[in-house]
Design a protein around this ligand. Sequence first.
Ligand code: SAM
Length: 216
Amino acid sequence: MLQDSYKLKGKRKQLAEEIKNQGIRSEKVIKAIAHLPRHFFFPNDFVDKAYENIAFPIEGGQTISQPYTVAFQTELLDIKKGDKVLEVGTGSGYQAAVLKVLGAEVHSIETVRELHEETKTLFAKLGLDIFTYLGDGSKGLPELAPFDKIIITAAAPSISKPLAEQLKIGGRLVAPVGDKSVQKMILVKRDGENEFKQSTHGQFTFVPLTGTYGWQ
Ligand code: SAM
């Protein structure tokens, strides 16, 4: 459903408030959550669920991430206007749209064809100028590298060297890394040609990353 209403706007504001209370500090990120209609990215019959702070099943056995998780990863990325960002795992398109609202140039890759095609159509309908790709994002998008920021939105067994090397110096990569049932949120900062600094930020559960550097 691509219509908005006062009721849904109100629910969105409440959701943004809830995320703030959970510890998200970036005003820009909170504003983006309050601004962007999450129900646009939801299956039609479940619009009512769009402003609950939960992950939700979408097509292809995948999920739209929990709004708190989207806000958390986005805050760690520290998006600046004009940042060239690679997202691995387009899914519903919501995270990509949040990045776009924050002024990034978004390149998002998805491995499930139906999700790729649906989000491509949806972005066009919403007038969101987001570049979409179908393929194995675990390898990144070397032909478009380097990126200011990289975000992986599926559970990765590790951060692959080829992906980390697609970061600009000064860039940031955020990814949930662990086994298939639970992951730690990892932030990698590239400080030099061969200098990567890693820090850990809380525990999450994502659907598995597939492909060459995923769980196959
Ligand atoms: N960012 C999404 C959103 O806002 O709805 C949520 C993504 S969902 C938790 C993870 C997505 O990663 C799924 O759509 C899945 O198909 C995709 N995925 C898994 N492995 C992938 C890979 N190797 N390359 C690209 N996408 C992948």
